[in-house]
Design a binder for this molecule. Structure first.
Ligand code: APR
Length: 232
């Protein structure tokens, strides 16, 4: 692949699995412990803010005990060395891509380490618990919520993502089941614009048939190999 080309990478929970963060739909999946309706919808937050905050406070606290794995590190190397266009779109709300050094990236489902005030609309970095309903530092209202895109809400950055997919020469999906839209539809958009498509996943995903190639195995092994080949 010439190095003037544009690459879009989509990552899901599978890229963080080898760092020790649970995926959503695996045997130990996060949703297994909680019905989605209980923790990841605006209605849930209105109905039971204590449960929702407890769920996200636990996930935010878990970040202190995990580190980026070789897959995150490889994408950061690609980010630093690739002279063409690159956008890493992550569905993940952890900060492992950033901690590995990735810069050209976007969290389409929000971030655990960000708080959104539902009163004044301001966002700010937040690494502590939110369950005690702390006041917003900007407007002093006890109206903070996790800056996470709940089911039924609009993902972040869609205009930027659509633009990147429209000009992509290569679309690579890593560690996602292809179960949730709009991310599950990105491969179709990329193909429509003539991009080559590659999937790297522990098992064939719901969208595998849409990819030119699917490499089955752990991201921590396959992503460094792929990046090494691209940068060669
Ligand atoms: N390496 C590569 N892939 C892996 C690994 C690994 N070590 N471990 C698991 N996987 C794969 C699984 O096979 C699965 O296909 O990662 C995928 C994880 O799928 P999900 O648990 O459904 O997570 P994801 O696709 O990111 O979910 C999308 O759904 O619940 C919402 O907002 C949430 O962002 C999330 C979205």
């Amino acid at each position: 692949m010439t190095n003037r080309r544009n690459i879009v990478v989509l990552t899901g929970a599978g890229i963080s699995a080898e760092s020790g963060l649970a995926t959503f739909r695996g045997p130990d999946g996060l949703w297994e412990g909680h019905r989605v309706e209980d923790v990841c919808t605006p209605e849930a937050l209105a109905r039971d803010p204590v449960l929702v905050h407890r769920f996200y406070d636990a996930r935010r606290a878990a970040l202190a005990h995990v580190t980026p794995n070789p897959a995150h590190a490889a994408l950061a190397r690609l980010d630093a060395a690739w002279p063409g266009g690159l956008l890493i779109v992550t569905q993940n709300v952890d900060d492992l891509h950033e901690r590995a050094g990735a810069r050209r990236m976007l969290h389409m489902h929000g971030e655990l380490l960000s708080a959104l005030c539902t009163a004044c609309g301001r966002r700010r970095r937040w690494d502590g618990p939110m369950g005690g309903q702390p006041p917003c530092p900007a407007c002093d209202t006890a109206a903070l919520r996790p800056d996470i895109v709940f089911f039924g809400e609009m993902p972040y950055g869609m205009a930027r993502i659509e633009q990147a997919l429209a000009t992509a020469d290569l679309f690579v999906s890593i560690g996602t089941s292809g179960a949730v839209y709009p991310a599950a539809g990105f491969v179709r958009t990329a193909r429509m614009h003539g991009a080559a498509t590659l999937e790297i996943n522990l098992e064939p995903s719901q969208g595998s048939a849409l990819f030119d190639e699917t490499r089955v195995g752990p991201a921590g092994v396959l992503v460094p190999k792929w990046v090494e080949a691209v940068l060669a």
